[in-house]
Structure formats: structure tokens, C-alpha cells
Design a protein around this ligand. Structure first.
Ligand code: PEP
Ligand code: MN
Length: 338
């Protein structure tokens, strides 16, 4: 249920309403708007009618049900776009977030080389996987903790915040010590115990869409993080499975306007996994920004032919710089910047 307070309600009144909501067995989530505050009360849907009694309070304008199954992720609860702040970078504002770096952290030399070059090209966030979810148990599984330390070094050298994947609840604390943004991979989008654990860290979460996850299921996964008390969720469309085999996945650009309509959360697009081929990355990156995405996450490798994972979809640094230059022009046409 949404409890809309009257304009000019005091902090004490807001706290009083929150206490009453807790007393009824619900968790209040306060959203402070410019004019008035709104409280999302989440909990057992079956007895939500009890919350209606709050309408008798002087400071309450109205109490109404949230129609979507995802509540805190919904535009019904919060209409203003959410901006996620990571250091000096804001994701969800007029400036696009450009995340770039290798699929996997492979060595100190590889990471520092590519980190410096993506920064020079205009990237604002460094990506790099230390724990890798590989389809085959025989494939390179990542440098794990050593990779996290190399990401720290790359952050120190470039000043770029770091996004890196966490795959297991038991590793959330160690990854959170090194990461600025915790990435939940496509294969873990419905790992609900992992979602609850990353919520506890309060760190920004990049939540990839599963390759077979509907938009509604994806937003319900985001809801786990929000309901766990962490409002810093960035959605990432990375392609879904279809009958098409010419590309690795089918990048669902429809998801951008659909998510924008349903949710206030920022959405970025991953044209690297979405296509699986470096030649298609530029076109889909531009299309994603034209469709309203808040940023991109792109795989870049100094020598893609030697990459230990996802070489075929990785851009060389020079090509990445060209893509960013084109993105700047698309962004400018939309009154956005890079
Ligand atoms: C990745 O970012 O390298 C990755 C494994 O992505 P996804 O979870 O989207 O497959
Ligand atoms: Mn990858």
C-alpha cells in the first residue's frame, strides 16, 4: 500500500505513521518528494486492508494499493527517477554512465593497460570480473581474490570506481570490500539469498537481467534488494534467449522504454553480451542510448584474440574510443552528456 502524506507534514508525523505501519506488521519505506512524502508499506498482501485505517490520521492524504506486483521498484511509489551515486559518478541523471573494461581480470598488466585506456576514451566506471560464472567448469574461473586486489590497484591508478560480479552469498563481504558496485550476473538474477545479502551491504547493485527472465520477474528481483533496505539498484539489459542464432543473445531494447514506464530505477545496456560479436557492439550501443538507456557496460580487451573469456565480443581500446565518440553525438541529440 502507498500512504501519501499531506504537503507540509512534519518529520514527527511521518515517524508516527511509520511506527503505526510497523505496529501492523509492515515495513515502511519512506520516499521524500519535493512537495510531499510517500510511504510504501510492504508486507503481507493478504491483510493490507488494515492499513486503510491510517486515512483517519490528520496528516494522511490517502492510502491506496500498489497495483504492480513489484512495489518499491514501481513508479506508483516513486515517480522521480532514481539516481544512484558512486563516488563522483551519478547513474540515472543527464550524464550517461559508461562502464568499460575486460570481461575477466587476467593479469596486472592487462588490467592496468585497459583501465588507463578506457578512462582516456571517456569511461566513467571500470568493469572487470574476478569471480566468473562460466558455463564450463573447465573454463577460466577468474583470479578471484587476487583479481579483486588488482581492481583496487586499477582504481587507485585511474580514479575510476569499479563494478565486479559477486556470485555467492558467502563472498558478498569480501567482494563488497573491494567493489564500488556489486554486479549480479544474468545467471544469478533469481538467486534470492544472494539478492538479500547484497541488499544488506547498501552498496550499489548492478542487476543484470536473466537470459530467460521476463521484465516483471527482473523487477521482482530488484524488489528483493529494495525491500532489503538498499535503494541503489541499477538495472542492466544484457540480451535474452530467443530462436535467433546469428547473435549470442537477442538484445531486448524494448526493455528500456518498458522499464522506464514501470520503474524509476536507472537502466544500462550491455551490448557486448547482448550481441556476442564485437562488430555489432557499436550499433547496439548507439541504439540503446537512443532508446533512453542511462548508460552502457562494454567489454574492452587490449588483445581480444588472447582473452581468457569473451574475446569475440570484446572491443580493442581504439575501437572503444570510437564508440564513445559516437555515443557523445547520440547523447547530445538527446540533451544528454557522456
Ligand atoms: C559478464 O559481465 O562478464 C557476465 C558474465 O555477464 P552476464 O551475467 O550478463 O552473462
Ligand atoms: Mn563477459
Amino acid at each position: 500500500m502507498i500512504i501519501v502524506l499531506k504537503a507540509g507534514s512534519t518529520e514527527a508525523e511521518l515517524e508516527d505513521v511509520c511506527q503505526r505501519i510497523r505496529g501492523m506488521g509492515y515495513t515502511p519505506h519512506t520516499i521524500r518528494g519535493e512537495l510531499r512524502s510517500v510511504i510504501g508499506a510492504v508486507g503481507d498482501d493478504r491483510v493490507k486492508e488494515r492499513l486503510k485505517s491510517l486515512e483517519s490520521l490528520e496528516c494522511v492524504e490517502l492510502v491506496q494499493p500498489i497495483l504492480q506486483p513489484f512495489k518499491l521498484a514501481s513508479r506508483e511509489v516513486r515517480n522521480e527517477p532514481t539516481r544512484v551515486r558512486v563516488g563522483d559518478v551519478t547513474i540515472g541523471g543527464d550524464r550517461l554512465a559508461i562502464m568499460a573494461g575486460p570481461c575477466s581480470v587476467e593479469s596486472r598488466e592487462q588490467l592496468l593497460d585497459v583501465a588507463g585506456r578506457v578512462k582516456d576514451a571517456g569511461a566513467t566506471i571500470l568493469r572487470g570480473g574476478a569471480f566468473k560464472p562460466r558455463t564450463s567448469p573447465y573454463a577460466f574461473q577468474g583470479l578471484e581474490e587476487e583479481g579483486l586486489k588488482l581492481l583496487d590497484e586499477a582504481r587507485r591508478e585511474t580514479g575510476l570506481p569499479v563494478v565486479t560480479e559477486v556470485m555467492e552469498p558467502d563472498k558478498v563481504d569480501v567482494v563488497a570490500e573491494h567493489a564500488d558496485i556489486l554486479q549480479i550476473g544474468a545467471r544469478n538474477v533469481q538467486n534470492f539469498s544472494l539478492l538479500r545479502r547484497v541488499a544488506e551491504t547498501k552498496k550499489p547493485v548492478l542487476l543484470k537481467r536473466g537470459m530467460s527472465t521476463s521484465i516483471q520477474e527482473w523487477l521482482l528481483s530488484a524488489e528483493y534488494v529494495l525491500a532489503g533496505g538498499n535503494p541503489n539498484v541499477i538495472l542492466c539489459e544484457r540480451g535474452i534467449r530467443t530462436f535467433e542464432t546469428a547473435t549470442r543473445f537477442t538484445l531486448d531494447l524494448n526493455a528500456i522504454p518498458v522499464v522506464k514506464k514501470l520503474s524509476h530505477l536507472p537502466i544500462v545496456v550491455d551490448p557486448s553480451h547482448g550481441t556476442g560479436h564485437w562488430e555489432y557492439v557499436e550499433a547496439m550501443a548507439m541504439a540503446a542510448i537512443a532508446a533512453g538507456a542511462d548508460g552502457l557496460i562494454i567489454e574492452v580487451h587490449p588483445r581480444p584474440a588472447e582473452a581468457l573469456s569473451d574475446g569475440p565480443q570484446s572491443l580493442k581500446p581504439d575501437r572503444f574510443a570510437q564508440v564513445v565518440a559516437k555515443i557523445r553525438r547520440v547523447a547530445a541529440a538527446l540533451d544528454r552528456t557522456v
